[in-house]
Design a protein around this ligand. Structure first.
Ligand SMILES: Cc1cc2nc3c(=O)[nH]c(=O)nc-3n(C[C@H](O)[C@H](O)[C@H](O)COP(=O)(O)OP(=O)(O)OC[C@H]3O[C@@H](n4cnc5c(N)ncnc54)[C@H](O)[C@@H]3O)c2cc1C
Length: 391
């Protein structure tokens, strides 16, 4: 049987079949064949999720062959993309069309369909997640039918599809709200955490993108700010300190060290207090943890399962080496995050059951109702999704 594993190697599967969909017709035929054989289907992007979203025992369909820009409309600031396109491969064609994504996360290795399926985000108090930019989707359903959805047509399905956990079907194309191409300038500096804390409320919204990593070993904060600029790009990027270039060149970073990660979004106004509590926890109970804690912001949206649903958030991420057992550290952090009304990132580690998730997501029942109506037999559900499914 074939092997599938995620980026960190922590999530593994040996499905009965692993297929690489290279066209929409291929995706459609794979779903039809799975139905004929009574197999479950899970969809994979780049496998960068730490959560057990992709593993399944039936068929795993890798969508990264469904790649490229389908088309764009500069005036409407819209782009239609194949869902398997790696985010890094979108930068240049969008740029050539005079367009760019409104924001990006820390890395650009994910497939755009996988990133949107879990609410992937960057940082910026006025910037929403990638899921919030989804204005339309084209999906191969469990029935084998292809459906187009957006705010006007099949609007309930569109709402559910913006952040879909791979549970609605194979998303073949996405339509995204984009913006005109723009240049960014990055700056960075390091300071003591105690010095940063009183300035945080002022610093966080002062630039388009603000984030920092708090390092437990020396109690320092490594800060990064990124602002729009009309300055010309300087290549090679970063040779003279902070990078200056087009958005798709400046926003992504390299994350070469394999790790596992938990991230929670807390109400923006509670972010600093929550981080202070995590810092106290690390300093008093987990003094050997070397991995930093990341602090970012995401603007409120109306995406049903979004961790920023109807509230501005601060996101806090804790990491651990894949060679270490993260369980006691992450469980202790999760208790803190929950005390601060946190909601977990769908692509990262959490230990919540369906009741806990239902209590923090107002549109939980709506999302499942749309999903279950399209796929009553649970073709697109794996063990994890079955475990959190209502009732
Ligand atoms: C090093 C690293 C850095 C990261 N940085 C960030 C960050 O800055 N911000 C952030 O928010 N997150 C970040 N993440 C998390 C990551 O963005 C999410 O887990 C994202 O979902 C991964 O995308 P993927 O293409 O790898 O999807 P996968 O992990 O392969 O799949 C994720 C989900 O999407 C579904 N899916 C994928 N493609 C399709 C499709 N075509 N149709 C239907 N369903 C589909 C899958 O079934 C699954 O449920 C990071 C992860 C890593 C490992």
């Amino acid at each position: 049987m074939p092997n599938w594993s995620n980026w960190s190697g922590r999530q593994k599967a040996t499905p009965e079949a692993l297929h690489f969909a290279r066209s929409e017709a291929d995706a459609q035929a794979l779903v039809a064949k799975a139905a004929q054989l009574g197999r479950k289907v899970r969809v994979a992007g780049s496998g960068h999720s730490h959560a057990p979203l992709v593993p399944g025992e039936g068929v795993i369909v890798d969508t990264t062959g469904l790649a490229g820009l389908v088309g764009s409309n500069r005036e409407a600031r819209r782009a239609r993309v194949w869902a398997g396109t790696k985010i890094y491969a979108l930068g240049r064609p969008l740029h050539d069309a005079g367009l760019a994504l409104q924001n990006q996360g820390d890395i650009d290795r994910q497939a755009i369909g996988g990133a949107c399926a879990t609410g992937t985000h960057g940082t910026g108090t006025r910037l929403q997640s990638l899921s919030a930019a989804v204005t339309g989707a084209r999906i191969v359903l469990a029935s084998g039918d292809i459906v187009e959805c957006n705010a006007e047509t099949e609007s309930q399905l569109w709402q559910a599809a913006r952040l879909n956990l791979g549970a609605l079907g194979i998303v073949t194309q996405l339509e995204l709200q984009v913006r005109e191409a723009y240049r960014l300038q990055e700056q960075g500096w390091t300071t003591g955490f105690e010095e940063l804390l009183p300035q945080l409320t002022e610093l966080t919204p002062a630039t388009r993108h603000f984030e920092f990593f708090w390092y437990p070993q020396n109690d320092s904060a490594v800060i990064k700010t990124i602002e729009e600029t009309s300055a010309e790009p300087v290549y090679p990027l970063g040779e003279e300190g902070g990078r200056t270039g087009w958005s798709y060149e400046v926003l992504p970073n390299h994350r070469p060290h394999l790790h596992t990660e938990m991230e929670y979004s807390v109400p923006a106004e509670r972010g600093a207090d929550c981080l202070s509590e995590i810092r106290r926890l690390v300093q008093t109970q987990f003094p050997t943890v070397r991995w930093p804690v990341e602090y970012r912001t995401v603007a409120a949206d109306d995406v049903w399962l979004s961790s920023a649903y109807q509230r501005d958030t601060v996101t806090l991420s804790v990491h651990q080496d894949i060679g270490e057992d993260e369980t006691s550290y992450f469980r202790a952090c999760e208790e803190v995050f929950l005390a601060f009304d946190g909601r977990p990132h769908w692509g990262k580690v959490n230990y919540l059951d369906g009741d806990a998730l239902a209590a923090m997501h107002q549109r939980w029942q709506d999302w499942w109702a749309v999903r279950d109506q399209l796929d009553a037999d649970g073709v697109f559900l794996n063990a994890y999704l079955q475990r959190i499914r209502p009732g």
